[in-house]
Design a protein around this ligand. Structure first.
Ligand code: ZN
Length: 231
């Protein structure tokens, strides 16, 4: 928990060190300052001094010193936060819950970022499997068409002319689509993360990325290592 600086300042303003220290030590005015027996060490003659204008204390016997927060922290054996709470309660200052809200906001921001990151990873994963499946699908079609053509060659070519035409058509389709599919798969499998994310998130940019990969004949990763686009 972090207390806003202006709250700390308000607490300081509303807790007079002379009055506060006077609750623990009998203080007598000596010149501009107040003097008393040090509450932090045993002494017979007073060396504990409080400066009302500066709102600080100093013991010339044991050397301790500080402001109103240090005094409360030392005498109540707590830390700055504990002293701040004591002094806030004493002066009737409400410690704003702003830090908690801020922490909450940061937590939910991190949560959103994590959600966005996993959403991104999910989209990238989907694009990868789509690209791979696309290649596999085309490869299956190619094999089916080739197998069909082989069977037709061994049989009655005229009787199966329609089927043969379909098989040739399928092969032509595969040949036309395979380069792009292979480039897309190479991009999603081997390109640098930024390229993969670009591809996954922006379908409108895929054509450009694919064309670039086809023209180059390779995709490269973060280390500049090239992976050939294989058809
Ligand atoms: Zn002392």
């Amino acid at each position: 928990m972090t207390i806003p600086a202006e709250t700390v300042e308000e607490i300081r303003q509303r807790n007079d060190l002379v009055a506060l220290a006077g609750e623990y030590v009998e203080l007598r005015k000596r010149g501009q300052n107040f003097l008393g027996l040090c509450p932090f060490h045993l002494e017979k003659s007073p060396s504990f001094t409080v400066h009302p204008a500066k709102q600080i204390y100093k013991c010339f016997g044991c050397g301790v010193g500080g402001d109103v927060f240090d005094f409360v922290a030392s005498i109540e054996r707590t830390d700055f936060l504990g002293a701040t709470k004591i002094l806030a309660a004493r002066a009737g200052v409400q410690i704003k819950r702003l830090p908690d809200d801020e922490a909450k906001r940061l937590r939910s921001e991190r949560k959103r970022e994590n959600a966005a990151a996993s959403k991104l990873a999910e989209l990238e994963r989907i694009a990868f499997f789509e690209a791979r499946e696309n290649c596999h699908q085309l490869e299956r079609i190619r094999r089916l068409a080739a197998a069909r053509l082989r069977r037709i060659h061994h049989g009655d070519a005229e009787r199966f002319q329609g089927e043969a035409d379909l098989a040739w058509f399928a092969l032509a389709e595969v040949a036309a689509q395979m380069p792009k599919a292979a480039a897309a798969y190479s991009l999603m499998a081997f390109a640098a993360i930024n390229t993969r994310i670009d591809f996954a998130l922006h379908p409108e940019r895929r054509e450009r990325l694919i064309q670039d990969a086809l023209e180059a004949g390779y995709v490269s990763n973060e280390q500049g290592i090239r992976h050939e686009v294989q058809l």
